[in-house]
Design a protein around this ligand. Structure first.
Ligand code: FAD
Length: 239
């Protein structure tokens, strides 16, 4: 069946960082679709209908009535959204699709979510759903950013960490000066850091999302260095 295409009004915009904006898109009257956390929607500007781009939902499947996407100022569509999209504007939206899905069943899995920069967006959906449903699924977000000023959803993830005893939010910064007071990890994501956060390999599933370079690096660490098999690695490449 063809995917549903509708126009949605932007009901709220939030600047997460100077270059990253979350849009809240209000479902029109009578809109009622089934979708899953981790999926993406495809959007376009009504005055430019041929130019469509995918955005992961940063909201979750329990957040009905609106979709949230979180966009970085990157390329043509990313820049137009971050620089121009405002409350009251309208975007075309193709309903959610995609296979980047959290494995919540069977219970007891450990999801290792590897993200760089804006690639963290779908993991907010994973976390919101697991926390609201009080699932026992363990979720560890291993997040690489340049500096502490580049952490998207920092406050929300720290709050979710308090609410959800099965969630760990770990950040590594790659470009801090030696004088910076950051007490957390520094340097790139590597196999040792991931390994340190795994205690039951058979029940672990690795996720990686974002620009191709980061996702391919994560895939190679999980498969070649940690011995994960195909079904234990779920990837979403943005290009
Ligand atoms: C399934 C899927 C989900 C996506 N979800 C998001 C999301 O949640 N948030 C988001 O900001 N973008 C997301 N993207 C990327 C988004 O679709 C656009 O590609 C991005 O906004 C750039 O706009 P553009 O394609 O018009 O850029 P163009 O002018 O066509 O240039 C694209 C260039 O930007 C690079 N690029 C694209 N996105 C990023 C990024 N975020 N960081 C670094 N490099 C990038 C590409 O490798 C390419 O070189 C997603 C892409 C896919 C396929």
């Amino acid at each position: 069946m063809p995917k549903l295409r509708v126009e949605m009004k932007i009901e709220k915009v939030t600047m997460e960082l100077p270059d990253t904006k979350t849009l809240q898109l209000k479902w029109p009257e009578g809109y009622d679709v089934n979708f899953l956390s981790g999926q993406f929607i495809t959007v376009w500007w009504p005055h430019h209908p041929k130019y469509k781009r995918a955005y992961s939902l940063s909201s979750c499947a329990l957040d009905r009535g609106r979709f949230e996407i979180t966009v970085k100022r990157e390329g043509k569509m990313g820049t137009s959204i971050v620089d121009w999209a405002e409350k009251g504007d309208v975007l075309g939206v193709i309903e959610p699709t995609g296979k980047f899905l959290p494995v919540f069943e069977p219970p007891g899995r450990h999801l290792i979510c590897i993200a760089g920069g804006s690639g963290v967006t779908p993991f907010r959906g994973f976390l919101r759903e697991a926390t609201q449903r009080k699932l026992d699924t363990r979720i560890t977000v291993l997040y690489t950013v340049r500096t502490t000023n580049d952490i998207i959803f920092n406050d929300e993830f720290l709050q979710l960490e308090k609410e959800n005893p099965n969630f760990n939010f770990l950040v590594t910064c790659t470009r801090l000066t030696d004088e910076d007071p950051w007490g957390g990890r520094r340097g790139r994501i590597d196999a040792d850091w991931i390994k340190h956060n795994i205690d039951d390999m058979a029940n672990t599933i690795f996720y990686a999302c974002g620009p191709n370079g980061l996702v391919e690096m994560a895939e190679s660490l999980a498969k070649d260095e940690l011995g994960a098999v195909k079904d234990q690695v779920v990837l979403e490449k943005w290009g």
